[in-house]
Structures are given as C-alpha cells and as structure tokens.
Design a binder for this molecule. Structure first.
Ligand code: 5AD
Ligand code: SF4
Length: 439
C-alpha cells in the first residue's frame, strides 16, 4: 500500500445483522484501500458514515435529524456518507434534501465504498450489482465469533417488505468461498459462525456463475466438517423452506446450535395469504412441533407483525393462539408500517387504526413476558454448555448457551473462548446465573 495519510472513520449502524456485517466490510475496505481507522468520536472523524435501515418508517424520519446532528458536530472538511437500505431506496433524494451529504451508497453496492468517498455527490444504488463473489474481509463480532454472508438479496415478495427493493434479487455466495473464509477465521481463534442471508435457507438456487444448484442443508453439512469450528448459527430462515431434510439436519448435527428463528409474522392463514408468505398457520405449527419433538431443548424466536391491513380480531386471536401453542423464547414484535415499493400499499383502504394496532401489540408483549419468565425458570438446576466471551469489571464472565441463553458466572479470563459446563442457579426474564462445574 502507498503511504497514504491515516484518516479516521466514524460509522453508525442501524438495522439487521446483515447491516452490521456490511458496516464491518465498509470499515475494512476503507482501511485496506484508503488507510482509514475507525474512531468512536464524531468530532475527530474525517469521514462520517451512517449505514441505514428502511424496514419500518421511523428510521427514515430519524435519519435526517441524525444527519443534521452529524453536520453540526463534524470537523471542518469532514465528509458525510449515507449507506445501506435507506440509501438504496431514497437514492439521490437524500442529497436533494440534505445537499451537504457527500455520497450515497446502496446496500448492494458496498464494494464501491472506496470509489464513492472521493466523488462529491456520488450515488451508487444499483440493485442489479452482484457482489456475491467479492472478496470482503472477515467480519468478526468478537475474538471467538464471526458473521458471514452466504447470500445477498431476497427473491420473496412479502407484501409488507421493502427489502427486495433495497437489496435486489437473491444470489448465493459460492460454497467454496464461504468454507475458505470460515477456515481462515477458525485458524485465528473463531469457534462460532453466524451464517447470514435475508432468506438464509433458500441458499443455493442461483449463483453468479453457471453451476449446479445446491441446498442450505448441504451447505450446513459441509461447514460442519470444518475442524475446530464448534457452533453454527444462521439467520433468518423462512418457515416455508424448512423441509424435513433441513429439520433432520438441524436436529441431529451436533455443531448446529439449537436456537432457531422462525418468523411467524401472523398466526392467521388468511393474513399470511394476503402477506404472500406461502405457508399457513397449520404448516407453521407442524414445523415447530416437528422441531420440538426432535430437539427438546430448542429455543425458538420469531417476528410478529400486528395491524397488517384487514387483520380482524379473529385473525389476531390466531396469532395469540400460535403464541400460546409455541411459547416463543423471544419475539421481535412490530406494528405494521406501510413501506414504499411494497404491494401492501394497495390495501390502504383496509388499514387498521393505530389504537387497535397498539392495543394488539401490547397484548403480544404482555403474553410473551409471561412465557419468557416460565421458560427461563425452567432452566434452573440444568447443566448446560456455555461459550464464554466477556469478562466484566465486577468479576462476572458472560457467554451464551448453544440455544442462545445469556449466562453469567463468577470467574476469570481463563474461561474466555472456552465452552464450559455450568449449572444454572437462578433466572431472570432475559438471562441466567450459573456456577462453573468444570473447566
Ligand atoms: N412493517 C412492520 N414490520 C415489518 N417487518 C418487515 N417489514 C415490515 C413492515 N412494513 C418486520 C418483519 C420482519 C422483520 C425484520 O421486520 O417482521 O421479519
Ligand atoms: Fe433493515 Fe431489512 Fe435492510 Fe436489514 S435488510 S437493514 S432489516 S431494511
């Protein structure tokens, strides 16, 4: 590398785990090609980037007030760029509304970051851009864990979702690139990998070159052969693609962590149809039952949207019914938010009033809390394996079980990076306390 002056990058990330990974890629690209180092101080940054999310409308409104704050805090001559999904969907309108913005870079254009930072007014947002074989740097989330994208984009057409419009068509990353990256990460101390995709389990249907189709299950099998890799996680899978073969692999492969996100969205088959989710209430319950039967200690998380256009009281009761039957360990719950470029916009005449939506959201939250307390308390006296990651100032060490419960024990840094047997002694709604049995 030429002797480029070292500069400082401040990057703020909103949205999903894929956005977190994109931010790491942005930072690493700028380090490698432009000698930028990350800073946590806006005031000392030479370049300020906000990596945005547009999945619900609040973040978009927040974006412009945030940009105004960056502008008032930044040092003279520092640049500001907007990246990610809101960049994809608002494009040059961002610069029209906030002319002091230096560049706009879409969620599917991350590899162009090194080019756009030097072009005042650059807007790179093509959703046809194919970065599936771009050699991005590794994206460690801690010394022991890494995130890796296995596909980009999404081919689904869920009626409420803006993502296909911001991240484009689905393309899988070649398996050999994924395996090679994970092997490198394992050599540098990683024991746990999180595989990421907007629709992670439809992996293998389309690649950027001509090659045979493959499946997510086959990819899981190949990854689990990597020596030294202990745990494999993935998100977000689609309930529709959870075929029996996948459930069998999930249940029997000891390296696959036993926590699974199964986004319900609605418990009503009628609403699921309007949402174009491709499955019914019965299919969802059948998949959950099958998984629970095969993996008794499984933890199941989900996403629920309330107040989708035309959702009746009976439809909402179906969602409550599924909640009672499944008892989700974690629910990410949302009030429906109309988004541009989505087919649900046509259903405006069937919109649910905000008071009803808020009321339904509260009911979901309250019921979920009772389930969480019950489920977390059922862990007391169990003996489980924890991968320890963090030493806190108060002498506690924290980590996660295979099924993604956070656990705290008294201990020292000799626990870090190890998978250790512990006995659970108490539970709160969101975490567990335990004692180490043996190192
Ligand atoms: N309104 C509310 N929630 C939404 N989600 C996606 N689009 C919308 C929308 N328009 C939720 C879904 C998805 C999660 C990432 O965000 O539940 O699974
Ligand atoms: Fe937000 Fe969806 Fe984009 Fe992730 S993919 S940043 S959740 S809009």
């Amino acid at each position: 590398m030429s002797k480029m002056k070292s500069q400082k990058l401040f990057i703020k990330t909103l949205g999903c785990q894929m956005n977190d990974t994109d931010s790491v890629h942005i930072a690493e690209e700028l380090k490698k090609h432009k000698n930028y180092n990350v800073t946590t101080s806006i005031e000392e940054a030479d370049l300020i980037i906000i990596n945005t999310c547009s999945v619900r409308d609040k973040p978009v409104q927040k974006l412009f007030s945030e940009l105004g704050q960056f502008r008032s805090k930044k040092k003279k001559g520092a640049k500001i760029g907007v990246c990610g999904c809101t960049a994809s969907h608002l494009g040059k309108d961002i610069i029209k509304r906030a002319p002091y913005i230096d560049f706009v870079l879409g969620a599917r254009n991350i590899s162009k970051i090194k080019d756009v930072i030097d072009v005042k007014g650059a807007v790179e947002i093509s959703i046809d851009n194919d970065e599936s074989t771009y050699d991005f740097a590794s994206s460690h989330t801690s010394r022991f864990k890494t995130n890796i994208n296995i596909s980009i984009g999404c081919d689904k057409e869920c009626a409420y979702c803006i993502v296909p419009a911001t991240r484009g068509k689905e393309i899988s990353i070649p398996p050999e690139m994924i395996i090679e990256q994970i092997k490198k990460d394992v050599q540098s101390g990683v024991v746990e990998v999180m595989l990421l995709g907007q629709n992670v389990n439809s992996y293998g249907r389309r690649f950027s070159d001509k090659r045979q189709k493959t499946s997510f299950t086959k990819l899981l099998q190949e990854i689990s052969l990597i020596e030294g890799l202990e745990r494999i996680r993935f998100t977000s899978p689609h309930p529709l693609h959870m075929d029996d073969e996948f459930i069998e692999e999930f249940s029997t492969n000891p390296k696959i962590a036993k926590c699974i996100h199964i986004p319900l969205q609605s418990g009503s088959s009628k609403i699921l149809k309007v949402m174009k989710r491709g499955y019914s209430k019965e299919w969802f319950l059948n998949r959950v039952e099958k998984i629970k039967n095969k993996v008794p200690n499984v933890r199941i998380t989900t996403d629920i949207i309330v107040g989708f256009p035309s959702e009746s009281h009976e439809d909402f009761l179906d969602t409550i019914d599924v909640m009672k039957k499944v008892k989700f360990d974690q629910i990410y719950n949302f009030k429906y938010s109309p988004r541009p470029n989505t087919s649900a916009l046509k259903l405006e005449d069937k919109a649910i009033d905000d008071k009803t939506s808020s009321n339904r959201l509260t009911q979901v939250i309250e019921l979920h809390k009772t389930h969480q307390v019950e489920l977390m308390h059922s862990n007391i006296d169990k003996i489980v394996d924890v991968l320890f990651e963090n030493l806190k100032a108060n002498g506690e060490v924290s980590g996660f079980t295979d099924n993604l419960c956070q656990v705290f024990v008294k201990g020292s840094d000799e626990l870090l990076g190890k998978i250790v047997k512990v006995k659970i002694i108490s539970a709160s709604r969101t975490s567990l306390k335990a004692e180490v049995l043996k190192l």
